[in-house]
Write a protein that binds this ligand. Structure first.
Ligand code: FES
Length: 151
């Protein structure tokens, strides 16, 4: 954690007290990409809360990550519309193509894979998202081509 992030966290926590916990964790994740042990410890000390309580909140909300992610984050939608249109098969293909499971990062740290609820783009189901770009109406044969754009 850099000094600027620490300073911003202290300001936020002083201003909002314990209700700043989630915004503080969001701030850390925006900056670091995940919640490091050091950052959780720092937030706990700043808010005068037990570390276990911070972990409890961080693991309850699936927006938070406790491990560093790869350069590109792939989100496979597992919502109903995408499920009906074969997102399970797409997920398996991506896992096989990259040699990883949901929640993991490739050894070269290029890709992380997540399965998420509706991405809000049901009309183009099945959908995956890589970083902030949507790929819709995907067929199995599209997967290698899509992934190759990021390799
Ligand atoms: S169910 Fe996949 S985008 Fe809505």
């Amino acid at each position: 954690m850099n000094e600027l992030l620490k300073k911003e966290l202290i300001q936020l926590c002083k201003k909002e007290g314990k209700s700043s916990l989630i915004p503080a964790l969001q701030m850390v994740q925006r900056d670091l990409g995940y919640l490091s042990k050091e950052s959780i410890q720092f937030v706990a000390e700043t808010l005068n809360m037990p570390v276990s309580e911070i972990y409890g909140v961080a693991t309850f909300y699936n927006q938070f990550r406790l491990n560093p992610v790869g350069k590109h984050v792939i989100k496979v939608c597992r919502g109903t519309a995408c499920h009906v249109k074969g997102s399970g098969q797409l997920l398996s293909l991506i896992e096989n193509e990259l040699g990883l499971k949901v929640g993991e990062t490739t050894r070269d740290k290029i890709f992380s894979l997540e399965a998420v609820a509706c991405l809000g783009a049901c009309s183009i189901a099945p959908v995956i998202m890589i970083d902030d770009k949507f790929f819709g109406h995907l067929a199995a044969e599209d997967i290698p081509k899509v992934l190759n754009q990021y390799r």
